[in-house]
Design a binder for this molecule. Structure first.
Ligand code: FAD
Length: 282
């Protein structure tokens, strides 16, 4: 089922995983996925590593989760390091394996490179990937949205125009970058309405686990940590911020649900415990 159709019936809860690199990480992930599957998420998604480095492992994990869990698994597909023809092959494989939804992304540059350079015969923007997916199959297509703007585009109005281009190309769902202040999300939703973006917008939530983790993630994606949260993080006696992270995420989720959010997407970082605790408290 397409995620956008599922959202007509209920608020979605989804979990994001990344493909494991080693045998040990693989068995650990199996355990984590099993635990989270008990919570009956609406769907799960599988990232494609920076630089498209995990493409095959993303495909393997998506097919495995689809077959074994009976829960829709959504692959993240990126344009990095791929020609149009490579992308076409991946999309056809997903179509032929019964995958119904794809998250279409431009992708982060490979390790060591600071800017995205479109490969020869490749695509420059996620909007082009959305058009290619639409050409190949009847998929549900998600795209990334940035409540605080994408770090590469300082003009926030332009950024929204580009998001609209992705929706006009055929995306039927937006999943947002993680954010810690719901006001950024509500403002983003309103701005989307103003420019005529009318597809469901799923809120991206990441429970903070450690000081290092939050610094790394925010460094990468540019999300703002509000002063209230920052105070809690820096006043915590050690690096283990699980309780602070879970409590903050619970507050965010309760408020989002009160404000009729379409769905909540948890960046699990392949760790089930924090997400489970959030669920218990909701
Ligand atoms: C939910 C979610 C999941 C993600 N999963 C992954 C993943 O699995 N793997 C990974 O590598 N990365 C992932 N990312 C990160 C994402 O790939 C990066 O943020 C990337 O830098 C941009 O991808 P995009 O799809 O938003 O690109 P685009 O929508 O193409 O935008 C990229 C930049 O170009 C600008 N732009 C867009 N169109 C135009 C145009 N026509 N002219 C000029 N400028 C334009 C935008 O404003 C933006 O600054 C994810 C992000 C989110 C929110």
């Amino acid at each position: 089922m397409k995620i956008a159709e599922l959202l007509k019936e209920k608020v979605s809860y989804s979990f994001e995983f990344f493909p494991p690199k080693t045998e040990a990480a693989s068995s650990e992930l199996e355990k984590q996925v099993g635990e989270l599957a008990d919570l009956k998420p609406s769907y799960v998604s599988v990232t494609c590593g920076a630089g498209g480095s995990t493409r095959n492992r993303t495909e393997e994990l998506v097919l495995k989760l689809n077959q074994e869990l009976g829960i829709p698994a959504v692959p993240h597909l990126t344009c990095v390091g791929q020609t149009r023809s490579d992308l076409r092959t991946s999309i056809e494989q997903y179509r032929d394996s019964g995958v119904k939804n794809i998250l279409a992304l431009r992708g982060d540059p490979p390790k060591g490179e600071s800017a995205f350079i479109p490969p020869k015969d490749g695509l420059s923007y996620a909007a082009e990937l959305v058009s290619l997916i639409r050409e190949i199959g009847d998929f549900g297509i998600g795209v990334a949205g940035y409540p605080e703007g994408h770090p590469e585009t300082s003009d926030k109005l332009k950024d929204l125009d580009y998001l609209k281009q992705k929706v006009d190309a055929g995306a039927d769902l937006i999943i947002t970058q993680l954010f810690f202040d719901n006001r950024d999300f509500y403002d983003f939703k309103e701005r989307c309405e103003i420019v005529g973006i009318n597809v469901p917008i799923i809120a991206g939530i990441m429970p903070i686990l450690s000081r290092k983790g939050v610094e790394r993630m925010c460094g990468m994606c540019g999300s703002r940590v509000p002063a209230d949260l920052l105070k809690k993080i820096y006043n915590a006696p050690n690096d283990d911020l699980r309780k602070i992270g879970v409590d903050w995420a619970v507050e965010q989720c309760v408020d989002l649900l009160k404000n009729k959010v379409d769905g909540i997407h948890f960046y699990t970082l392949n760790k089930s415990q924090a997400t489970r605790h959030i669920f218990e408290q909701l």
